[in-house]
Design a protein. Structure first.
Length: 150
């Protein structure tokens, strides 16, 4: 699996993933231009060095990247770190650590992350070590700092 900063060429795939998750992250292209969008995925195809699952090794020049997840980070004005504006992983690839890898890379880069999320995804943020407080009956806010356990 790879995690990297998104490029303008990734904008369509980023939008597709976020649209499928019914998320509205705003102007994704400007966030990509600012370097605030990360993508994660695997490499497919290539030569005989591909594994049994069809994934290629990281150094295979014939392999193509397949983007499976993305996170949009929004820099915080008054505080250090960034806010998780949106995170999405293709449905068939959920539960394989892609969301975790995206959050871990964002935290590595920013040092501190905040998020607002629905009750249905609270377990995801809890597993990543976010300190969580309720906003109302169905929404929560969370924060994690690089020294916390992720």
């Amino acid at each position: 699996m790879f995690v990297r900063t998104a490029t303008p060429d990734d904008a369509l795939e980023v939008r597709r993933i976020l649209d499928a998750a019914l998320l509205e992250p705003g102007d994704v292209e400007s966030r990509i231009d600012a370097g605030d969008v990360l993508v994660a995925g695997d490499r497919r195809g290539g030569t005989a060095s591909a594994g049994d699952d069809g994934t290629a090794s990281a150094d295979d020049p014939d392999a193509t990247e397949r983007i499976l997840g993305t996170v949009v980070l929004e820099p915080l004005d008054a505080e250090s770190g960034a806010h998780v504006g949106a995170i999405g992983v293709r449905r068939r690839h959920r539960g394989h650590g892609i969301g975790r890898a995206l959050i871990e890379r964002g935290l590595e880069r920013e040092g501190r992350l905040t998020a607002r999320f629905d009750d249905r995804v609270r377990p995801f943020y809890e597993r990543l070590g976010f300190s969580i407080e309720p906003i109302d009956e169905q929404r929560h806010s969370g924060v994690v700092v690089a020294t916390d356990s992720v």
